[in-house]
Design a protein around this ligand. Structure first.
Ligand code: ADP
Ligand code: MG
Length: 257
């Protein structure tokens, strides 16, 4: 499915009653099976844009449409930085939550639940409660829950930012393996440039005040195995290119704290 983001704009009213334009003139699309990464410094509007695409927030201008849904609500899977798993539900019960909501049969809940729990490598933790899981395992459970509804679009907002560096690297690798199996159209938000180059088919670079698209960069590297030695210099060139685009904005963001 192709998702089109057309002239999206968002203004907020801040605490001093001033209008703040968080997003302006946002135009892009996410193709079928495409992995699009939004990158930009803190406060540039990444989460706002992801929430608008996910229907959690309405834009003050423009629109988002999912091609080919024939008016039906699109199916969405969303993963946030801090996964809000239900503490009173086991991993399995968390993963099938969306399926229960949709009124899908118990048998199908079981099949899908098991399938996606397997996919994220949590099979021996089906009966565990969130408080028994490490940070990385909670994110896996959150990913399985988002996948279980077999979404038209997978949305991820800095899903690995709270993890330690090693766990994050492993999770990035695993996410690519999962993506390779599911081929879901994905919109992924990060402020981490290496992560963007590692995961993306296309990187959308946002600027701040207002959040606008500064550049869209196609990453012309094989989807799996970009971290191999032979691609190192191309990888670094992409990362440099993106860093040059956001460097000044990132400095400004730092001043504002
Ligand atoms: P990012 O995810 O890139 O760090 P956000 O989308 O969270 O950025 O925020 C973009 C801008 O919009 C920031 O200036 C932020 O202060 C402002 N903003 C976000 N949400 C609200 C809100 N609910 N009310 C007022 N301003 C907001
Ligand atoms: Mg954010």
């Amino acid at each position: 499915m192709r998702i089109v983001i057309e002239n999206v704009e968002k203004t907020f009213i801040d605490s001093k009653k001033r209008e703040v334009t968080a997003l302006k003139n946002i135009n892009f699309s996410i193709d079928k099976e495409e992995f699009v990464v939004l990158v930009g410094p803190s406060g540039c509007g990444k989460s706002t844009l992801l929430n608008i695409v996910g229907g959690l927030m309405s834009p003050t201008g423009g629109r988002v449409f999912f091609e080919g849904t024939q008016g039906n609500e699109p199916n969405l899977g969303i993963v946030f930085q801090e996964i809000a798993l239900f503490p009173w539900r086991t991993v399995y019960e968390n993963v099938i939550y969306g399926l229960e909501e949709k009124g899908i049969s118990k048998q199908e809940q079981q099949e899908k639940g098991k399938h996606y729990i397997d996919m994220v490598g949590l099979n021996s933790f089906e009966g565990a409660y969130p408080k028994q899981l490490s940070g990385g395992m909670k994110q896996r459970a959150g990913i399985a829950r988002a996948l279980a509804v077999e979404p038209d679009l997978l949305l991820m907002d800095e899903p690995f930012s709270a993890l330690d560096a090693q766990t994050r690297t492993l999770m990035q690798e695993e996410l690519l393996t999962i993506w390779n199996r599911t081929r879901l159209s994905t919109l992924y938000v990060t402020h981490n440039i290496q992560e963007a180059v590692y995961l993306a088919d296309r990187v959308i670079v946002l600027s701040r005040h207002p959040g606008q698209i500064k550049s869209i960069i196609e990453i012309d590297l094989p989807k799996i195995g970009r971290d191999q030695e032979q691609y190192r210099s191309q990888f670094e060139q992409y990362a440099d290119q993106i860093w040059r685009l956001i460097r000044n904005d990132a400095k400004e963001a730092l001043k504002e704290g």
